[in-house]
Write a protein that binds this ligand. Structure first.
Ligand SMILES: [Zn+2]
Length: 142
């Protein structure tokens, strides 16, 4: 399913950096770096974090330039589906605390549910590993 995503400020800055770098050619006509390759790597990385297929990215019509459209990755779609079937904490099957919390990504994607403790642990982990600030919101217990 195609969905609309939003680039983070960090992502926008990175994209501008890639776009504005002049291509220098080495003797023999070899480019010193490959902007297309860098752009692909950028989107691959973003797709992995945001849960979409990086090579399906296209412009989102009628939206600001920080928005784009992409196919949700099967893994992300599967997890989203799973969310409706269970109200157990995502961190581990064994967690028996009430899963009354969800996590909201910088791009607006919501995952979960988690128990409060595991949600807080995940926020710390994402900040450390991805440099992203995720927020915690209350989920209804079904
Ligand atoms: Zn838990």
């Amino acid at each position: 399913m195609r969905k609309i995503y939003k680039l983070t400020d960090e992502g926008l800055v990175r994209m501008r950096e890639i776009a504005s770098r002049p291509v220098m050619f080495l003797p023999g006509g070899r480019p010193m770096f490959n902007p297309q390759q860098e752009a692909n790597d950028f989107w691959k990385d973003l797709g992995k974090k945001g849960g979409f297929e990086w090579d399906t990215v296209g412009p989102a019509a009628g939206k600001g330039h920080e928005y784009f459209e992409a196919e949700e990755s099967p893994a992300a779609a599967g997890r989203a589906g799973q969310e409706d079937k269970t109200s157990k904490c995502w961190m581990t099957e064994k967690c028996s605390r009430p899963a009354d919390t969800r996590l909201c990504a910088p791009n607006g994607r919501i995952i979960g549910p988690y128990c409060r403790e595991h949600a807080e642990a995940a926020v710390v982990e994402y900040r450390k590993k991805l440099g992203e600030i995720w927020s915690i919101e209350k989920a209804e217990i079904r």
